[in-house]
Write a protein of this length. Structure first.
Length: 233
């Protein structure tokens, strides 16, 4: 497998520090990450607040990415999507509806198969259940992560990036159970003066090096970026 730059970014619709939405700053933020494969959460599509821009399509066009996206929810003034962007063509993709409880917000995962060199790589992204700042264990996000990783258990090479809304004490045991590594203690949230890691890169038979959060971008999160390479046994 060839090395590639892999990243995840909760883009928060491209909202800047002045609480304005700027397509130009959103594009500049994504360009600065310079990823070969990029997982993005909280993109707007045809939303009033972001001037009815199809954000995944605009990013792909401006930065010359192939992409797939999935609609996660309608929030009254537009749609929210997650997306995977790739410098290489995307072979196929599918959505996975994650377990939910009662009236929780619908959560989905998006997966895509991408050829990296001669290797077929399964890439996934998701944005899991939030506990709205509470300090208690986020059991529903943990259940969703287990469900998602179990679905990928038969894939030899897998790279997942997402806003898991889970802390290291919650993610690391689950990742280990399913044979994934998950670099930890890289603070990503909030965007200004980050204090915790809730954005994650997970790899199965993939090793991450040069892991680092981005500088402050056009979001309330930092992107998490790494160079990914095949694990050599």
């Amino acid at each position: 497998m060839e090395d590639f730059v892999f990243a995840t970014f909760n883009i928060h619709h491209g909202k800047d520090a002045a609480t304005l939405y700027s397509t130009k700053e959103m594009i500049e933020s994504v360009a600065s990450i310079d990823a070969d494969i990029l997982c993005v959460q909280e993109l707007d599509v045809y939303s009033l607040r972001t001037y009815f821009v199809n954000q995944p399509k605009r990013i792909a066009k401006e930065l010359n990415y192939h992409y797939v996206d999935c609609r996660v929810r309608f929030f009254g003034l537009g749609y929210q999507h997650n997306a995977i962007f790739s410098r290489q063509p995307i072979l196929k993709s599918k959505e996975i509806v994650l377990p939910q409880h009662g009236n929780q917000q619908l959560r989905k995962a998006l997966v895509a198969d991408i050829k990296v060199g001669k290797t077929k790589l399964r890439v996934g992204t998701t944005h899991l259940h939030t506990h709205h700042g509470k300090t208690r264990y986020n059991d529903w996000a943990s259940n969703q992560l287990r469900f998602f990783l179990d679905k990928q258990s038969k894939k030899e090479y897998c790279a997942i990036g997402g806003d898991l809304n889970l802390l290291p004490s919650e993610v690391l045991p689950i990742a280990q159970d399913y044979g994934f590594i998950a670099p930890s203690e890289y603070l990503t949230s909030p965007g200004i003066s980050p204090k915790q890691q809730i954005d994650w890169l997970l790899g199965k038979n993939i090793y991450f090096q040069d892991v680092h959060p981005s500088d402050l971008l056009c979001s309330d999160h930092r992107a998490l970026i790494a160079t990914a390479t095949e694990v050599v046994s």
